[in-house]
Ligand binder design. Structure first.
Ligand code: SF4
Length: 426
């Protein structure tokens, strides 16, 4: 550990005041008190700048959330191997800390056998609210720099009771999810061109099925689909709440999709959602009822046993579903914008979702390096070879070169993709 501070008491007091104001703008207040005190001690001893304090507090938060060796024993270990004094020693220690974090991000991450702790149970109310928000729009992630399907989103409900660690809808809307009070009126006011086809999804701001038909919103959405045969309406879920769909006639242009993941990821990163078995059973019942189903593997996550576990999911899909029952299957990687990363760190709790090498993509969003993405996509696509040429496969938010290396082709434009996709399904 560094030697005692040798400045005059007035200077020490001056830095202490500065440190207090620095601390409030870092993750320090969110850390466990012993870790916070340890970092404050280091900051006083080494006279951390604001950036250094921010960096160390963030490292402590990541280690805490990833359930890796905590900062204090790690720092003491690095300190025992460090040389030099003063600034030189500080620089060496901060460098070693960053290298350690990078190694943990790049290395294969292992989930503990006992699983990561789930966040505290949240009871989320569904409340009808009159809002002046737009409920219909182009997918917010749509871009000309990626090969995009041209999805439109329909936000009938905003907020989600599930606790997926890579999503911030839960924190954004808190304990009350809002359902558009005048949903039928708003749906009737959506202006669609009768001469073109649309793919519209309701699962961007909530889970499409978790609320069942509360306050009749699914009935309104199915009515909207029946009124617009040029629309492919997608209800996307991680639940098994399908009773409402099985009890009635569902328009032919409705597809029910499941977001799928491996058992390990569902257990550790998708708290509160239905297990893989329950999702697949629900999808099987929906398919048996003659409703087309679809699957999304998004985000695909790279961890120690990913290969075997994604293979297992692919096997179950191929065994349980006839490709004629499956409208499409998409794959996507972990792609996060900076405010979401900040929010995940602020929220805390045990999750390894940020334990990955984050590199900027064409839009400045942070994602896996191409090599990792390709490993994931190529592997799953290969495992689903029985469905090649029979099910429509696509990638979400990926540029042409990733398409080409995954499927052996890419679309020249988003319009061509949309045309092919909707031409195959509507
Ligand atoms: S590919 Fe993904 S990001 Fe692009 S429009 Fe479709 S859903 Fe949105």
């Amino acid at each position: 550990m560094p030697g005692p501070v040798t400045e005059a008491p007035a200077e020490v007091g001056g830095y202490a005041l500065k440190l207090q104001s620095f601390s409030e703008r870092t993750l320090l207040p969110r850390l466990e008190p012993p870790t916070r005190d340890f970092i404050l001690g280091l900051a006083m001893a080494y006279r951390f700048t604001f950036q250094e304090l921010r960096q160390v507090a963030q490292a402590a938060r990541d280690l805490e959330m990833w359930c890796e060796e905590p900062l204090e024993p790690l720092w003491l270990r690095l300190d025992s191997a460090a040389t030099g004094t003063g600034r030189e020693r500080k620089k060496a220690l901060l460098g070693s800390l960053q290298r350690h974090l990078l190694e943990l991000s790049r290395g294969p991450k292992a989930y503990p056998d006992e699983g990561l702790a789930a966040p505290a149970y949240r009871r989320v109310r569904l409340e009808e609210r009159q809002t002046d928000k737009e409920i219909f729009g182009l997918c917010p992630a749509y871009s000309d720099r990626t090969v995009c399907c041209g999805l439109y989103t329909l936000d009938a409900v905003r907020g989600c009771p599930f606790g997926c660690s890579y999503c911030t809808i839960q924190t954004f809307y808190g304990e009350a999810a809002e359902l558009e009070a005048d949903l039928s009126t708003k749906l009737a006011a959506i202006e669609l061109d009768p001469d073109r086809r649309y793919h519209i999804g309701t699962g961007q701001s909530s889970d499409s099925l978790v609320w069942g038909n509360r306050l009749d919103h699914l009935e309104s959405l199915l009515g909207f689909a029946a009124d617009h045969p040029n629309v492919l309406l997608e209800l996307k879920t991680k639940s098994d709440n399908i009773r409402y769909l099985l009890d009635r006639q569902v328009p032919e242009n409705v597809v029910c999709s499941w977001s799928l993941s491996t058992d390990t990821l569902i257990r550790n990163e998708e708290h509160g959602t239905a297990s893989l078995r329950r999702r697949l059973d629900a999808a099987g019942s929906v398919a048996d009822a003659g409703i087309p189903v679809a699957f999304h593997f998004h985000p695909m996550v790279h961890y120690l046993d990913w290969r075997d576990e994604y293979s297992a999911v692919a096997r179950q899909l191929v065994e349980r579903f006839n490709p004629t029952e499956v409208a499409f299957l998409s794959m996507g990687s972990v792609t996060l914008i900076k405010p979401v990363i900040k929010e995940i760190r602020q929220r805390g709790g045990e999750t390894k979702i940020l334990q990955m090498e984050l590199v900027p993509d064409a839009h400045g969003k942070l994602t896996y390096p191409d090599a990792i993405k390709l490993e994931l996509f190529q592997h799953l696509y290969r495992e689903l070879s029985a469905w090649h040429g029979k099910v429509f496969f696509y990638l979400c938010m990926e540029p042409s070169h990733i398409w080409e290396q995954t499927f052996g082709h890419a679309y020249e434009s988003n319009e061509a993709f949309e045309e092919d996709f909707l031409g195959a399904l509507l």
